[in-house]
Design a protein around this ligand. Sequence first.
Ligand code: NAD
Length: 269
Amino acid sequence: MDQKLKGQIAIVTGASSGIGAGVSNSLAAAGATVVVNHPVAATKDAAEAVLTEIKNAGGAGITYQCDVSKEDEVQKMFADVVAQFGTVDILVNNAGLQDDSPFQEMTLQKWNHVIGINLTGQFLCAREAIREFLRRGPAPERSRATGKIICMSSVHEEIPWAGHVNYATSKGGIMMMMKSIAQEFAPMKIRVNSIGPGAIKTPINHSAWATPAAEKTLLELIPYNRVGVVEDIGAAAVWLASDDSDYVTGITLFVDGGMTLYPGFSTNG
Ligand code: NAD
């Protein structure tokens, strides 16, 4: 693959599985040194397996344990990465989860759990990345932009989702956070964008595609008629991180096979 990210340092949060693992592989194949973040001791082996995959393909990186919802851990991760590699060029704010419940039964604990990781976690990591980009300043030998942040949002920043109010709210919040940071730091040549995945085959939505019957139902929501794979998101992340998208900031790039096209209206309207 073209080494469009050669010499750049990328932190990918929640990278021991699913989309984060796929994005890590894609960024590494494009030449970035990847920090494969994972949250707890129990996810270390999975993160190491992702790193092994990266190295076997000729790439470079490290694993790093940090819970993105904890301010002190996030600050330590950025400080350690800067101490080891000199700086950070790319942040992929990917860590996220669901903790679903009918709204009338949703506990404050479930609400805070999802908002704390999906939204506050992205805030904490984005803030540290911005601080580092400002400290370091331009590095034109590596990229036209002083820094790049990619937030993993969802089609649910746009499509309401009954039974998942905490999750959909976190993604709606990410959209406005992303755009506001992009507006604030465009003059400093820092680009901030989101990817809005549709249905991608990962552990988070396993039950939605695990059986042929489930997958058939899911495909009714996807005009392009296939469920996405992590490589679809990896390719979008490489583009948003590279100078190929140098004039792009403040957008959500939906990678969803047309899920946001309201396919229910294709035969009824
Ligand atoms: P996943 O469950 O495989 O990945 C989520 C990752 O986040 C896991 O590796 C988990 O360990 C990590 N994580 C959880 N809490 C963390 C914390 N506090 N600190 C650091 N890491 C933490 O699922 P996925 O589908 O790969 O999800 C990745 C992102 O993509 C999420 O933000 C999710 O909302 C988003 N997304 C996924 C889909 C999809 O169809 N799979 C669609 C839209 C958006």
